[in-house]
Design a protein around this ligand. Structure first.
Ligand code: AHG
Ligand code: MN
Ligand code: MN
Length: 339
């Protein structure tokens, strides 16, 4: 019971003490994300009111349109991290280029960079469906004291020191890992505090759910088509249930709790897939692996891919270990049958 009452703030402090040589920078990054998440949560929750409020005055008086929520979330997360001078660089799905952060004394003395998808599933905002924020933290490669360069951001996922997501759902949660398992914290909106509600989250090895946008079926590679048929075939624990929200964060969060596989494959329309390696797949892969699951591009481990560009896309298969392994089997078999 006591464990369940722990706040995210307390959890961060306890875990910082566990790292003997920790400078506290990583803890401060998680703390900033906690703060930004609350600000964005407030705005997401009144999304349906924005037009009403705007029409009643805001827009007319200031003469400017309401910001789109993904632009707003982007600014909140970036500004929170910049103001606290705790990172040396930020890359965001919403920005073409990475941002170099310097301290107020013009120094570059921080050692971490943050990469993020500030609002994931943003097309779901209009219909009151859960959206999220995804973040990923790396230690810089270039020397401390110098401005960051692109190579600080183009690191394989295995180099991540922390990753997580915020889900703005029926409840708002922060779920994250620093490489020692995955923990989930639920916001009590009445007092603005996150409590440890889901300690040590784990994917079951097999699950009852498959999640894929089946509307694109005709465009999928043969291996994926065959795997979908496998999911739908009557057997001991099949057919699986199909669940697809269209918000990566929500789809993976549900599958982590209930067991399942999520797939966003390549297709003839999107030959490299749709999801971004650095802002979506790597952080999710880190969480999924830390929760005992598996994350793949269909043929190999997501986190071992060496990125070549910031906004790189990649096919994504992740979730319950045995299910992803089975999907990989289908991919390989279809690939080999081409020859
Ligand atoms: P974003 O809102 O950050 O652009 O991401 C949307 C992504 C992801 O959340 C989701 O899983 C996927 O797009 C859904 O794509 P489809 O509509 O093609 O299924
Ligand atoms: Mn996204
Ligand atoms: Mn986004």
């Amino acid at each position: 019971m006591e464990e369940r009452n722990k706040t995210l703030g307390e959890f961060i402090i306890e875990n910082q003490n566990a790292f003997q040589y920790s400078s506290g920078e990583l803890s401060r990054i998680i703390n900033s994300i906690r703060l930004a998440a609350k600000v964005v949560n407030y705005k997401v929750n009144k999304a349906g009111l924005v037009d009403i409020i705007g029409a009643a005055g805001e827009r007319n008086i200031q003469g400017e349109d309401q910001q789109k929520l993904d632009v707003y979330a982007n600014e909140v997360f970036i500004q929170t991290l910049i103001n606290r001078e705790i990172v040396c660089g930020i890359a965001s799905e919403e920005n073409d280029d990475f941002i170099t952060v310097e301290g107020s004394d013009k120094s570059h003395n921080n050692k971490y960079v943050v990469l993020m998808d500030p609002l994931d599933g943003s097309s779901n905002i209009d219909v009151n469906v859960s959206v999220g924020t995804i973040f990923s933290v790396y230690r810089r490669i270039t020397p401390i004291g110098t401005p960051v360069t692109i190579e600080d951001f183009l690191q394989p996922g295995i180099n991540q020191v922390a990753a997580g997501y915020v889900i703005y759902g029926t409840s708002t949660m922060i779920v994250y890992t620093t490489g020692h398992g995955v923990n989930g914290f639920t916001l009590n909106p009445a007092i603005g505090t996150f409590y440890l509600s889901h300690p040590n989250m784990q994917f079951s090895k097999d699950g009852p759910i498959y999640s894929i946008n089946e509307g694109n079926y005709v465009h999928f590679p043969q291996g994926v088509k065959n795997y979908i048929k496998y999911c739908q075939t009557e057997e001991e624990d099949r057919p699986y249930t199909s669940r697809y929200i269209g918000s990566l964060v929500s789809d993976i969060h549900r599958n982590m709790i209930k067991g399942g596989i999520y797939i966003y494959p390549t297709s003839s329309k999107a030959p490299k897939g749709k999801l971004r390696l650095l802002y979506e797949c790597n952080p999710m892969a880190f969480i999924v692996e830390q929760a005992g699951g598996k994350a793949s591009d269909g043929f190999g481990r997501i986190m071992e891919i060496i990125p070549t560009e910031l906004h790189q896309r990649v096919p994504f298969f992740c979730g319950s270990y045995n299910m992803v392994e089975k999907a990989e089997e289908f991919m390989l078999k279809a690939e080999l049958s081409k020859y």
